[in-house]
Each structure stands twice: as C-alpha cells, then as structure tokens.
Design a protein around this ligand. Structure first.
Ligand SMILES: *Cc1c(COP(=O)(O)O)cnc(C)c1O
Length: 391
C-alpha cells in the first residue's frame, strides 16, 4: 500500500494535514549533497514551511533558517538553535529591531535608507549584514505577484538607486549581498540572473564575504538541473571568493505533505460538484492566490476519466473552488480524498475565514506511526477577533 492509500484508510479525522517524514528527509538529502559538493550553505525559508515540530528532522541537513521578520526569526532561533538565523524584511520597525538582534546573526536590509538607519547598530551587536539587490532581470512570465523583478518592484536595491544613495561608508559596512528573484524555477533561470547580478554589481561582489541567492530554486523537483546549480555556485564562489547561501522554502518540503478531506455532499448544477470539509480559501490559499491546481491522488484532469467532479469548500465564498478532476469510480458522500504537495505555503498561510476550523496537523514517521502535532478548536478562531478570557 502506498502512503496515500495508507492515509485514506487510516482513521484520521478530516480535514487534516499530514507531513511525510520520508519525503522531507529525501528532499533534505538532495540539499545536503548540493552543500557537500559545493561548500554552499542552505537555509530553510520559513515563510513556505514553518512546522517547527519537525525542525529536529531537517536541521541536521541544513545550515539554519531564514526569516521574513521578528516572529519567524524567533521561531528559527528557538526551534533550530545552534544554527544560523538570517532575516530579511522589506522594512524593519524601531520597536522590533532590538528584539531581532537577539535572534538573528545575519540581517539583510532592503534599501540604502534601512541600511543607514539600522546597519550601525547591527554592526555594534556583531551581526553580519547585507543588502538585498534587485538585478532587474525577470525570468518568469505572467506571474507578476511572484516576480520581485517586475516593474516598480519595492524588493531590493536597483543599480540606479545604489549609484544614487550608496556612499563609501555604507558599502564599507556591508558583509554581503542578497538577491531573491526566482519562483519555482530551474537552474537555467539562476544562471541568467547571475549574469545580470555580475554585470551590475560584480565590482562590489569582490568586497563581500557572502552572497545569498535567495529562494525559488526548485532543487528537489524531478527535472531540476542540479549539475548546473552546482556550477553556478562554484563559479561565483571561486571568482569572488564568497560564501554562498541559498534559502529555498518550497524545495525543502516539496511533495512532503498531504491534506486528507471528506466529501460532505455532492450536488448537481450543470456538472457534479462535491463539497468537501476543507476550504481552498482557508486551507490551500495558494490555490486561489497563485493560482494553481493541486495534485489530487487517483484523479486526473477533467473528462480524462469517466466521472468529472468540481471540488469545492463549504464556505459561502463562491470562488472557494479547488478545481475539476476526473476518476473512473463514481464518488460517494463520505468518501475520503487526499490532496498532494500540501506541506508548503499551506499550514503557515491558514486562516479561519467563515469560522472554518483549522485542520489538525499530523506527522507520518518513517516507521509508519502517525504523531499528532497540533489540534485546533473554537478558541483558535476566537482569539484573533477580540478579548478572550484566559481560563
Ligand atoms: C519567498 C522567499 C524565499 C523562499 O522562496 P521559495 O519559493 O519558497 O523557495 C526565500 N527568500 C526570500 C527573501 C523570500 O521572499
């Protein structure tokens, strides 16, 4: 029996997420190999996956964590202790920065203004500091909200802004540069981006200790060209004598999670529509935001097989639709189905819109035992909306 069948036949209450330890370890081994072969360091971008209960499992393969701000930095410092803790934020706040200094060892600024404002203090506290650059090299099409190099992007310092605002003492303060421009891309896009980075910022790279190449590298995807990634890393590493960091989120937990859900009802309005006990808007928000259609175990594209269904959530949002899929067996109320690749950008993005409960989170261990990591209730819905009495 494969993992999907095993989970469908388990008596786990639905809806629930299941994180797959085997799959996580397999991804991490690939990432470890990249580090061993090149000498680069790989960090977990917690924005994509921050189930801290499983950090113990992935930590031996990684150099540390990357955070988008105070809370993620604290999470990384607390749950992956004795590892590096990097933070990048588009703009830091006075009332948060001192606390960030407690957790992070590498602090990346988005603009010369921010570097000028917070850099000296970070230096005093012995931090390694960097500036995010924008090489203005778009390698993705049609996904502007995922393209930090899209026109008028606020993310990263462009060369013209650098030329205008970076004084010698600001440049002097920097230990490293950071760029993050990719999203679910292969190493050919990295190679193109690096050309741009070198053309525009090459002369400054010689002065740096490290270069962080951000995330969006789909390293653990089957068709990813790892040899080219290694070549890219080694080239810049040797040419500029730099420590290289990568901070993928997706690649670490790619295809390492499931969302198990039950069919609550099937109705007919020009097509068969199944209502599930999970919601796209609440539990797989990227399905609507990205947008994309998640793999559904044992189902194909619509009309490829005999019965086509639209799967939707129980909320009152008309657009709470996961997608259309087909199968050879007619679906029945009460059936369980399982969505794949549900570890990333899911649990960390969940919300309780419509009063939807948060799905429980389980961990499927390598010995096939299943551990409950988190269970949620009414309080988790209520506490975000107002005064809750602490009992
Ligand atoms: C989103 C993000 C990442 C991780 O991206 P993935 O696509 O999940 O690999 C890394 N670094 C920064 C700065 C990011 O914004």
């Amino acid at each position: 029996m494969n993992t999907q069948e095993f989970l469908i036949n388990s008596n786990l209450p639905t809806p629930c997420y299941i994180i797959d330890e085997n799959a996580l370890i397999n991804n991490c081994k690939i990432l470890k190999n990249v580090q061993d072969d090149t000498g680069c360091k790989i960090l977990l971008a917690q924005k994509a996956f921050s189930n801290f209960d499983v950090y113990d499992v992935i930590s031996p393969y990684l150099a540390g964590t990357e955070a988008s701000g105070l809370y993620e930095a604290r999470l990384g410092a607390e749950h992956m202790p004795n590892k590096e803790c990097h933070v990048f934020c588009a703009a830091y706040k006075d009332d948060e920065f001192d606390e960030i200094l407690k957790y992070a060892d590498h602090i990346v600024f988005n603009s010369p203004n921010q570097l000028k404002k917070y850099g000296p203090k970070a230096k005093t506290y012995g931090k390694s500091i960097g500036l995010r650059i924008n090489p203005e090299c778009s390698t993705q099409k049609g996904h502007e909200i995922y393209d930090p190099c899209a026109p008028k992007s606020r993310l990263g310092t462009t060369l013209s802004m650098w030329n205008e605002m970076m004084s010698d003492d600001l440049i002097e303060m920097l230990d490293g540069l950071h760029f993050h421009t990719l999203c679910e891309q292969n190493s050919d896009a990295l190679s193109i981006t690096l050309k741009s980075v070198e053309e525009k910022f090459g002369k400054y790279l010689h002065k740096m200790k490290w270069l962080n190449m951000g995330g969006g590298h789909h390293i653990t995807r089957a068709d990813y060209d790892i040899a080219l990634l290694k070549e890219c890393i080694k080239n810049v590493q040797d040419k500029y004598n730099l420590e290289i960091y990568l901070e993928p989120g997706e690649a670490i937990a790619l295809n390492a999670g499931y969302l198990l859900t039950s069919v609550l009802d099937i109705i007919h309005n020009n097509m068969d529509i199944a209502i599930l006990d999970m919601s796209a808007a609440c539990h797989t928000p990227d399905v609507i935001e990205m947008p994309y259609k998640p793999p559904l175990y044992n189902f194909c594209e619509p009309n490829e097989k005999k019965y086509t269904y639209r799967f939707s959530g129980p909320t009152c949002l008309s657009g709470d639709i996961i997608g259309d899929y087909s199968t050879n067996e007619p679906l029945k109320i009460g059936n369980k189905i399982i969505f794949e690749d549900m570890a990333i950008y899911s649990m960390c993005k969940n919300n309780t819109f419509n009063g939807m409960p948060l799905p429980s989170i389980y961990f499927l261990r390598t010995d096939n035992s299943i551990e409950l990591l988190a269970k949620f209730g009414y309080e988790d819905f209520k506490c975000r909306l107002g005064k809750t009495t602490v009992s």
